[in-house]
Write a protein that binds this ligand. Structure first.
Ligand code: F6R
Length: 240
C-alpha cells in the first residue's frame, strides 16, 4: 500500500492523475474504473487539462463506473452518468460506446445487476478509482456488505443519504437506492486508486489503513489488495 499526502487540491489532483497517466500511457486501450462524488473532481480536472494540453487520447479507453442511483433520470444533474459527462466525458475524446455505468432505470433491476456483473467478469480493470464514505463504504457497499459481493442493489443508509443531500435541493430528493459494483468485483481490478479528502474522512481513513479487515469498514479490505495507492489530503490523513 502506497500512501501519498497532498498539500493542496491541485497537488491532490496531480498525484492522482500521475497514477492514471502511467496506465493510459502504457496501454492506450486500457480499462479504467471510475468513481463519482466530490473527491475525484480534481483528478478529472487534471485528466481534462492533460488531454487539452498534451493530447492524451481516451479514444480506445473503456470505462466502468462504480455505481448509479436507481430511478433518477439520466439527464438529472445528479445522476452519475450526468456527473461523469459534465466532469470528464464531454471534455475528452472518449467514445461513449466504451462507457459503462449501471442502468438505474432498467425495468428489471436484478437482470441489470447480472448484466453488469457479467460485463465485469469479461474485463480486467487496469486501475479502479475509489472514494470512501465517512462510514467506510466503497462504491455503495455499506458496512456489513460481504467482501465477495457482486453488482447489486443497495438501499442507502441514513448517513449516506444525509451526506449526499448536499447535491440535491432537499434531502427528500436523494434517491433511496442505488446499483453498485460489489466489493469482490472492485478487488479484481489490477490496481486500486483510493482518494480521500477532508476531516470528515479521517476516521474512515484510519480504519481503512490501520483497523482490522472487517465488513464493518468495507474499505478495510484494501489492505488485502496487492497494488493500492491512497492519495489523501492532510485533513483526511490527520489520524494516521
Ligand atoms: C461514488 C462512490 C462513493 C463515493 C463516496 C465518497 O461513485 O462510489 O463511494 O466515492 O461516497 O464521496 P465523496 O467523494 O463525495 O465524498
Amino acid at each position: 500500500m502506497k500512501i501519498v499526502i497532498a498539500h493542496s487540491e491541485e497537488e491532490f489532483g496531480k498525484l492522482a492523475f500521475a497514477e492514471i497517466r502511467e496506465v493510459v500511457y502504457q496501454d492506450p486501450a486500457c480499462t479504467l474504473g471510475l468513481a463519482t462524488g466530490s473527491t475525484p473532481i480534481p483528478l478529472y480536472k487534471e485528466m481534462v487539462k492533460d488531454h487539452q494540453e498534451n493530447g492524451t487520447s481516451y479514444g480506445k479507453v473503456r470505462t466502468f463506473n462504480l455505481d448509479e442511483y436507481v430511478g433518477l433520470p439520466k439527464e438529472h444533474p445528479e445522476s452519475y452518468i450526468s456527473f461523469m459527462t459534465r466532469n470528464l466525458f464531454s471534455h475528452v475524446d472518449i467514445d461513449m460506446k466504451n462507457v459503462n455505468i449501471p442502468n438505474g432505470l432498467a425495468p428489471d433491476i436484478t437482470a441489470e445487476c447480472a448484466r453488469y456483473s457479467s460485463l465485469l467478469d469479461k474485463v480486467s480493470v487496469d486501475v479502479q478509482v475509489l472514494g470512501i464514505g465517512a462510514n467506510g463504504h466503497i462504491a455503495f457497499n455499506e458496512p456489513g456488505t460481504p467482501f465477495d459481493s457482486k453488482t447489486h442493489q443497495v438501499f442507502l443508509t441514513q448517513k449516506t443519504i444525509s451526506d449526499n443531500a448536499r447535491f440535491f435541493d432537499s434531502i427528500d430528493q436523494v434517491p433511496k437506492s442505488a446499483l453498485t459494483m460489489g466489493i469482490g468485483e472492485i478487488m479484481n481490478a489490477k490496481k486500486l486508486l483510493m482518494l480521500a479528502a477532508g476531516s470528515n474522512k479521517a476516521d474512515a481513513v484510519y480504519k481503512m489503513i490501520k483497523g482490522p479487515v472487517d465488513p464493518s469498514c468495507p474499505a478495510s479490505i484494501l489492505q488485502k489488495h496487492p497494488d493500492v495507492v491512497i492519495v489523501l489530503d492532510r485533513a483526511a490523513a490527520a489520524k494516521l
